[in-house]
Design a protein around this ligand. Structure first.
Ligand code: URA
Length: 236
């Protein structure tokens, strides 16, 4: 691929914009030598205004999602993409969220531009556990874990029962819930199905990957160790 196309695909501008940047001498190699639009692609050696290029395609990011942000691009309010560099919205291949969290859910949210990877994480047959911390409006009654583990619980308007899920009560109104599938608003609907209202919801973990010390509202790119950790949870 030509350098100009690669840089445009990373969201730095249209091909025309990037061509202009070349003409203005803003695109150089690491030693400061001016590069040209059809120079061969050597991603790590390219600088724009002296700065290294954004990460190449094949990106996997983790965001510590705060409440109040939606995962939809079309929402008129605050969206999770507002928390990433603006260029990331312009990338080709497109960067998208790996599944979704509700506006009122916080925690681990992944993004990728790699369709196969996305599928591996969220496909119905993916074995990656998703771990949530739920705070309820009322006290736990004691029968919730058995209902969720039964493999027979049905959600409204669905034809197949939920897979068994593990619930661990933490105190009177808080519980950790491990899911092995991902249905629309699943946690809130599961609790609603057994007569509970979820007041707060936080995703702690996907596979073996937790937020660690990533502050709320911040993101980081995931490296190969992180990816290993993500899929280490595959058989958990
Ligand atoms: N289940 C929900 O109800 N909401 C989420 O955001 C994620 C899982």
């Amino acid at each position: 691929m030509k350098l100009v196309k690669h840089i445009a695909n990373l969201g730095y501008g249209s091909r025309k914009d990037v061509q202009r940047m070349f003409r203005e001498g803003r695109i150089t190699d690491a030693a400061g030598e001016v590069l040209y639009a059809d120079d061969p692609l050597d991603h790590d050696n390219v600088r724009v205004d002296g700065e290294p290029l954004d990460l190449p395609p094949g990106l996997l990011l983790m965001l510590h999602k705060p409440i109040g942000y939606t995962c939809s691009m079309k929402d008129p309010g605050r969206i999770v993409f507002d928390l990433l560099p603006p260029r990331f919205r312009e990338r080709n291949p497109t960067l998208s969220t790996v599944g979704r969290l509700d506006r009122d859910t916080s925690g681990v949210l992944l993004f990728t531009d790699d369709g196969q990877l996305l599928h591996r994480i969220i496909a119905p047959k993916s074995k990656l556990p998703k771990v949530y911390l739920a705070t309820l409006a009322d006290d736990l009654r004691g029968n919730e874990a058995a209902l969720f583990a039964s493999g027979t619980l049905m959600l409204d308007n669905e034809k197949t029962p939920l897979l068994p899920a593990e619930l661990e009560p933490l105190d009177a109104r808080r519980a950790r819930l491990v899911l092995h599938e991902g249905r629309y608003h699943q946690v809130r609907r599961m609790f609603a199905a057994i007569g509970h209202h979820v007041q707060a919801l936080h995703r702690e973990r996907i596979g073996g990957l937790t937020l660690g010390d990533l502050p709320e509202g911040q993101w980081r790119a995931l490296d190969t160790d992180d990816r290993d950790q993500l899929f280490a949870g595959e058989s958990a």
